[in-house]
Design a protein around this ligand. Structure first.
Ligand code: URP
Ligand code: ZN
Ligand code: ZN
Length: 468
């Protein structure tokens, strides 16, 4: 793209801050100017390529701050590789993912991070960054956190769930939070009381309650709320900010809201599956409910109103996918007869921008809030702004041309994720991605993939910019 100039003309540019009929000038993969249609300034731009955006929205590429490509989990691995998963992201208008590198127990953080770099390097269609999962908080991994923050890996996920696998106890959590208070890292928390949940799992299985729906029943909303409360108190003691991932229970939203009302730097993320799906899906017969097994689990439909409200009131700031796909055949099936053996996770990296546009159509959120929760705030939260998450001079030209009137039906037959089902099979969506630029390069051209594995680059990050 060296030396090349592209102009996008005639669209409605939407950012978290503004909506304006404007043209966008791109040079060498970056936005250099945004100016009103028809004015002398934009009319005078010369370019090698002009993209007509008449009747389309021109929005920043999506930033999905929570994905798990190729994650080993439950005796199998998430079915999207970095190649297939980032290609699907591009199809869905997401141009940056932040995936979770994993420290397994007994391993150095560096070893886990190197393994994730090896999986991703040369394979991604869009840009990517990493958080780090801490499974072994000890003197040495705490020291390593400082180095990683300096290098641009600035957020760390801890688990109050999954004893024996990813779980950290309260002392380990407190120590990691104290460290992050000093080094500027952001702790991301999987907030579920895993010790209590494991007791309920054993009791359910012993009573013959083995179907997928019991996964939702034992992972009680109160145990999400309790862990959320405890995580907030630990963060207060440590003097550290806190980001709670995949919030699904209204009681957990209440904990976040109460903390934020006290002025604490506590943030929350939810995911499309909690906004659009429910325990009704987990209860689908013939083991179909396994398709919807994830943790935190889907909740009864009534919880959705609290999540939408939280997104409107900014008690929840981000919608990420927690994309962690497992095929129904051969993977989800590992848990037939024992819900605790169903690999946890749902596909969705391709669907997030569309589902949130549908939320605009249905009146849950405004267009600018769509861009804020899907692009701008995840970029700010994880130190990628304004390179990512907005359309402004200096930003990477990660840009989506979106047709707000097109109709589509989500389906495994037409999606591009490497998974044999869609969690949203048959769902009608108003709106569709038309064209996607990643650093000025066209990766989706009028609904044709024109990208390539290896175009996507690793992006080191700043520390959290949402505290500024
Ligand atoms: O069910 C889920 N969420 N799987 C991915 C791992 C995690 O906890 O985020
Ligand atoms: Zn989690
Ligand atoms: Zn996750």
């Amino acid at each position: 793209m060296s030396g090349s100039r592209t102009v996008i003309r005639g669209g409605l540019v939407i950012t978290a801050a503004d909506e304006m009929p404007a043209d966008v000038l791109i040079e060498d993969g970056r936005v250099v100017a945004v100016a009103a249609h028809g004015g002398d300034y934009a009319a005078g731009w010369t370019a090698d390529r002009t993209i007509d955006a008449t009747d389309l929205y021109v929005v920043p590429g999506g930033v999905d701050a929570h994905t798990h490509m190729e994650l080993p989990f439950g005796g199998t691995s998430a079915s999207d590789t970095f190649e297939t998963g980032t290609r699907a992201a591009a199809w869905g208008g997401t141009t940056t993912i932040v995936d979770f590198a994993v420290q397994t127990k007994g391993q150095a953080l560096r070893e886990g991070l190197d393994a994730w770099h090896a999986k991703a390097a040369g394979n991604c269609a869009v840009d990517y960054a990493f958080h780090m999962i801490l499974s072994d908080v000890n003197d040495s991994s705490l020291k390593e956190m400082d180095l990683l923050v300096e290098e641009g890996l600035t957020s760390f996920k801890l688990f109050m769930a999954y004893p024996g696998v990813f779980y950290s106890d309260d002392g380990q959590i407190l120590r990691a939070m104290q460290r992050s208070a000093g080094n500027g890292g952001l702790i991301m928390m999987h907030a579920e009381n895993g010790i209590a949940i494991d007791v309920l799992v054993q009791q359910a299985l012993a009573a013959g309650r083995t179907d997928p729906r019991y996964h939702g029943e034992v992972r009680r909303a109160l145990l999400e709320a309790e862990a959320t409360h405890r995580a907030i108190q630990l963060a207060r003691v440590a003097g550290a900010p806190l980001y709670v991932v995949h919030v699904s229970a209204q009681e957990a939203v209440q904990e976040l809201a109460a903390a934020r009302d006290m002025g604490l730097d506590v943030f929350g993320e939810t995911c499309p599956q909690y906004l659009f799906l429910s325990t009704d899906n987990l209860a689908e017969p013939d083991f179909e409910g396994a398709k919807y097994v994830c943790s935190t689990p889907l909740r009864p439909r009534e919880h959705q109103a609290a999540l939408w409200r939280g997104l409107r009131t900014n008690d929840l700031q981000v919608v990420s996918t927690d994309h962690c796909p497992f095929c129904f055949t051969g993977q989800k099936e590992l848990g037939r007869g024992d819900f605790s053996k169903i690999p946890n996770g749902l596909p969705g990296v391709e669907n997030r921008m569309d589902l949130l546009h549908q939320a605009v159509v249905e009146g849950h959120i405004s267009r600018r809030r769509w861009i804020e929760i899907a692009c701008a705030t995840p970029a700010r939260m994880f130190g990628l702004y304004p390179k990512k998450g907005t359309i402004a001079p200096g930003a990477d030209a990660d840009i989506v041309l979106y047709d707000p009137r097109a109709e589509q039906t989500l389906s495994a037959r037409t999606h591009h994720m490497n998974v044999d089902y869609s969690a949203y099979e048959g769902k009608r969506i108003t709106g569709r991605v038309v064209t996607v630029l990643s650093r000025g390069e066209t990766v989706i051209d009028r609904q044709r993939f024109t990208g390539r594995a290896g175009h996507g680059a690793y992006v080191p990050r700043d520390t959290c910019q949402y505290l500024d």
